[in-house]
Design a protein around this ligand. Structure first.
Ligand code: TXE
Length: 448
């Protein structure tokens, strides 16, 4: 079987690849298993050197990688460059983290008690199409740092950057077999990794529905799982906020990556006394979002990933549309920036749209804002806009969500933990926390 890879901005094929099945997946797991003892035995400083070399190679090939990602995902070239920059930073961070992820000595009677952080073995990494290279690096960095070997399964729609990264990994002299990329359907290759008895852990990012299946499938072998799933995050704007700043920033918190972002603040909650003023400012700011050819330096939003996905996104819009922007004519899976007025019970406010559609929802006071923000099965991200510092922290503590920003919408950094509450998943990526998900604690008592 072959797999045609499409550029969503032109609807034209850009590559044709052989599609892997169960046999190729098993072979990749066997290669990773064979490479494990050697990789685990590489000294911490040498492993750090290899990861640092990989980070440098990513920097040296950043323009090429950004172009691959932009073409394959349809994302604006400026955004793709920033993402590749983060990939390099992530590898630099985990190179530096290797010798800082220690065990402990614990006071006990009759001897000495020590803990060690042991590698798990072969880990399966299953990655979605929205940030293919970025999300791969969030998993590869800590998994490699801890001494694991890897089978990486990119999304069928966007395998190209992972395949190029695999070449750079070899160029960095990370030994053959340590990272294996397998391109094939999730329900075949992904499913096999989830069930394979020689895979110790699955790091998964994708939909909550597939995540649920991953968790069930992993139960058969008591596999460790980290799940980074969907979101329906709230951007809570109080009347005492700097409304101009909040409104200028809000569109990019939903329309970046054409809304195909698990952190998208797609519910904009606004205090009723500021609602009219804020809506006006928000419409103005949304009108200014530049939608068009991802190759143009000035483009801020590209197309959606596929025709099928566009149909899903369109099903959320109808009635109560406050504003809808423009899209280019001609081929491409375009969808306009869309603002709708909603209640928190409407489908657009309950389900992850994963497209450029934001729901504006009014609230009466702080108590109601917290109630609405938490009234969702998800809990990934969110923002709070207020000039009242005590309120900002009070609300931050009350929100059931893993990653928050105050007077900002940015919440993803190489050095800080990222992950969800509730049905947005569990386990943390990035920062030192991610290392816990790719290692096992071993306790050793020595009688003295
Ligand atoms: O995700 P899937 P899709 C959400 C978003 C989006 C929806 C569908 O709402 O509209 O999910 O996107 C692999 N066993 N998010 O269909 O199917 C698959 O091949 C093992 C949120 O792309 O979850 C791909 O590599 N693996 C999200 C990965 O899982 C399986 C990011 C994700 O695909 C599998 C993406 C199976 N049975 C979508 N079936 C986020 N949190 O950012 C599929 N896969």
């Amino acid at each position: 079987m072959t797999l045609a890879v499409i550029n969503p901005a032109t609807e034209q094929p850009i590559a044709e690849l052989d599609e892997a099945g169960v046999e190729e997946t098993d072979a990749a797991v066997a290669r990773a298993r064979a490479a494990f003892p050697g990789w685990r035995a590489v000294s911490p400083s040498d492993r750090a050197r290899l990861l640092r070399r990989l980070a440098t190679l990513v920097e040296e090939h950043s323009e090429e990688l950004a172009r691959i990602e932009s073409q394959n995902v349809g994302k604006p070239i400026s955004g793709a460059r920033a993402e590749v920059g983060m990939v390099a930073e992530v590898f630099h961070f985990y190179a530096g983290a290797i010798d800082k992820h220690h065990g402990e000595t614990i006071p006990v009677a009759g001897g000495v008690d020590l803990t060690f952080r042991e590698a798990l073995g072969v880990v399966g990494l299953i990655v979605p199409w929205n940030f293919p290279l970025n999300i791969s690096s969030w998993k590869l960095g800590p998994a490699l740092a801890c001494g694991n070997t890897i089978v990486l399964k990119p999304a069928e729609l966007t395998p190209l950057s992972a395949l190029r990264l695999a070449e750079l990994i070899l160029d960095a002299q990370i030994p053959e077999g340590v990272v294996n990329v397998v391109v094939g359907p999730g329900r075949v290759v992904g499913q096999r990794l989830v069930e394979h008895p020689d895979v110790a852990k699955i790091g998964f990012t994708g939909s909550t529905e597939v995540g649920r299946g991953v968790m069930q499938g992993a139960a058969g072998t008591i596999k460790r799982v980290t799940l980074e799933l969907g979101g329906k995050s709230a951007n809570v704007v109080f009347a005492d906020a700097d409304l101009e700043r909040a409104a200028a920033a809000a569109p990019y918190a939903v329309f970046d990556n054409a809304g195909q972002d698990c952190c998208a603040r797609s519910r904009i909650l606004v205090e009723r006394s500021a609602y009219d003023r804020f809506s006006e400012l928000l419409v103005d700011a949304t009108r200014r979002v530049r939608v068009g050819d991802p190759r143009e330096e000035s483009t801020e939003m590209g197309p959606l990933i596929s025709a099928e996905h566009r149909t899903t996104v369109a099903s959320f819009v109808g009635g109560n549309t406050l504003f809808q922007g423009e899209t280019p004519d001609g081929p491409g899976y375009w969808f306009p920036c869309t603002l709708v007025e909603a209640t928190n019970d409407d489908r657009v406010a309950r389900e992850e749209v994963f497209g450029p559609v934001a729901a504006l929802i009014p609230f009466a006071d702080e108590e109601e804002a917290i109630h609405i923000a938490n009234d969702t099965p998800y809990g990934l991200s969110g923002s709070i806009w207020t000039e009242n510092g005590a309120r900002a922290l009070r609300v931050a503590r009350a929100l059931e969500t893993g990653v928050l920003s105050i007077n900002s919408n940015s919440s993803v950094r190489p050095t800080t933990p990222f992950g969800g509450f509730k049905q947005s998943g569990f386990g943390r990526e990035l920062g030192m926390h991610a290392l816990d998900g790719y290692s096992e604690v071993k306790n050793v008592f020595v009688a003295t």
